[in-house]
Design a protein around this ligand. Structure first.
Ligand code: FEO
Length: 393
């Protein structure tokens, strides 16, 4: 349902309740998502972002409730990723005279996706386009989270449209942050940050400082996914500034797989050691845990403790995607350790320990391996490992 955010500014996006897995990145979206597009009606008419291609007709119907689509003068493509730009071809068929406004880097990515001879205008930070009473002002935001990413700000009505930044994969009946369950909202906002923006945290900090220095009044932050921040909109900016510091909580993520329960017993003994020192932990059995939820736990936690039995001189392959995320997301301020059972060769724990070090995680307890099933002494040593890690936090 089209929603008027302020006079002449309309949410014309789509709620996708059925989305449970987000494109090739395989980001789980347990609560669905939304693709937010905004129609700005002034002397000129602008559409800020579109929706994912399969929902293009719904977007067009939403726009048509407000204006004849052929009247659109500008289509702002803040980011070329298909969940926001996928409906561009349909929009441009209805509005063939519109100018597609992109960042300088978008001049590469948007034509690169669609190969159409549309009229393009590239903008830089500080450039503006007059719509009549109000102007659009642009801020390039490279790597938040693609090279082409850009924020669009509407003067007069003080609305910041930062595309993916400050968004959440969160389908709800409502459009605004003050209308939804705050725990759910922040779970999704954190998951989004942890899984997508973590490696760009330094840029998040710099961009927030840059935008705050502009002293733009901000009444509404309208991202391209999830709910729109109208109640204390800067709360999510402040939260991003905090997350970008990567100052994890004094807690642990114990990530493990097991063949015949031995490594699980080690994991539980390590957890008992942590708990005895007052450190909460999540024991994450990888085969039945969502990878992105594991990464969210990692983001929150100061300690990352990884366990696997040895198979074929390595660790169980179920752990590989998580280890790859630990590499790629470049977490800061983590300590960790490796553990696992083995039968005859036992290489897994050393490989895990080496990878943790390579990925910038400070190993604060020697890797521990137990032969066959752990005995009482092995479990006591794992409990002690948990204590040691807790004290090293
Ligand atoms: Fe980077 Fe929501 O797409």
């Amino acid at each position: 349902m089209v929603t008027e955010l302020k006079r002449g500014v309309y949410w014309v996006g789509v709620v996708d309740w059925s989305l449970k897995h987000f494109h090739g990145y395989e980001l789980s979206t347990h609560r669905g998502s939304t693709y937010n597009a905004y129609l700005l009606v002034d002397d000129k008419i602008a559409l800020v972002d579109t929706v994912w291609g399969p929902f293009a007709e719904q977007l067009m119907a939403n726009i048509a409730e407000i204006v004849e689509p052929a009247r659109i003068d500008y289509v702002i493509a803040n980011h070329s990723e298909i969940d926001h730009a996928g409906a561009l071809p349909v929009v441009m068929r209805h509005a063939p005279n519109a100018t597609v406004v992109v960042s300088k880097r978008g001049l590469d990515s948007v034509p690169g996706h669609f190969h159409q001879a549309w009229k393009f205008q590239a903008v830089h930070t500080g450039d503006s386009i007059s719509l009549g009473k109000n102007n659009l002002v642009f801020v390039e935001a490279p790597m938040l989270h693609w090279p082409d990413s850009m924020f669009t700000y509407l003067t007069g009505l003080n609305i910041l449209m930062p595309n993916d930044a400050f968004g959440q994969h969160y389908a709800t009946a409502f459009r605004y942050n003050d209308q939804v369950d705050q725990t759910e909202l922040y779970e999704e906002a954190l998951k989004y940050y942890a899984n997508i923006l973590t490696p760009f945290s330094a840029r998040v900090t710099a961009k927030i400082e840059e935008v705050l220095k502009l002293n733009l009044p901000v009444d509404i932050i309208a991202p391209s996914h999830g709910v729109i921040w109208r109640d204390n909109p800067l709360q999510i900016v402040n939260q991003y500034a905090q997350w970008a510091k990567q100052e994890p909580e004094k807690r642990a993520a114990i990530i493990y797989d097991t063949m015949w329960e031995g490594t699980r017993h080690l994991a539980e003994a390590i957890g008992a050691g942590l708990a005895s020192e007052g450190v909460p932990f999540a024991a994450l059995y990888v085969p039945v845990s969502d990878r992105n939820d594991i990464i969210t736990q990692v983001f929150r936690s100061r300690a990352v403790i990884v366990g696997s039995p040895t198979i074929n001189r390595g660790y169980l392959s179920t752990l590989a995607p998580v280890m790859e995320d630990l590499r790629g997301l470049e977490f800061k301020n983590k300590v960790g350790a490796a553990f696992g059972c083995y039968g005859w060769s036992g290489e897994a724990v050393k490989i895990i320990e080496e990878q943790l070090k390579q990925y910038g995680i400070e190993v604060v307890a020697p890797a521990f391996k137990a032969k066959w099933q752990p005995n009482t002494e092995d479990l006591a040593r794992c409990r002690e490992m948990g204590v040691q890690i807790a004290r090293a936090m």
